[in-house]
Write a protein that binds this ligand. Sequence first.
Ligand code: PAF
Length: 280
Amino acid sequence: MEVIRQIAAAKKLLREESSKGRSIAFVPTMGALHPGHRRLIEVAREKADLVVLSIFVNPTQFNDPEDLQNYPRDEEADLKMAEEAGVDMAFVPTVEEMYPPGFLTSANVARLSSKLEGASRPGHFRGVCTVVLKLLHIIRPDYMVLGLKDAQQFTILQHLLDDLCIDTELTGVPTVRERDGLAWSSRNVLLTKKQRRQALSMYRALKRTHFLVKKQGILHTGELLQAVRSVIQTSGAELDYAEIVSRVTLEPLDHVERGGTYVLLAVRVGKVRLIDNTRI
Ligand code: PAF
């Protein structure tokens, strides 16, 4: 596996590969790799000749400096896992390489970016869109593979690609969960045992919505959200938001539209903020 830290070197190597007719699948990450990322790499492997993984803790998508400082980092372990998983090139730039002095540009997908995660973390998606757009220009992948745990991010980035006519095909990979059901997240390592139990209420709440919709035929979102809130609040986790929205517009729905609906959750346990979702 090649480890490349400079934009110019990454471009040179990837343009050479493309000119030989080799297709490229790209997995953008912020490191702290876990089995969820391993699954993204597996899917990327199935799609293209060459798999590129980026590891970059992007400062512009953090609105809380403490969150940025505490974000788990372990480059050595990440590179080992990436190599074992079959990554061909790891792109690991520094902050100065990605945002040199004088950097002024940003990308934003209006409306979709200001709700849900965007309302709780102002500027977050502007940071995500800017860094992903820059990475896409550097890597020029045929495919980009993202986890669907970040459902809003996926919808926003699909919009960015469509709006700007970027010829990269986006693939969403279903959330990978730990054995107890907690969605894999780089932030899980920050949880104490008690916080982990509280965080698991998200999974219980999502399973409860499935039960209510599928077994009891309840489609009214007000009723479903009441059940979700009650599961979360009983656990002691602090609910940031629970919303039932259209998968396409991310607008709240009065009634579940089967196949086209997301239940989106964000909770805080201590200083750790986690998200999860399910599709109904
Ligand atoms: O989902 C993430 O890990 C990040 O938001 C991404 C897409 C790598 C951009 O920094």
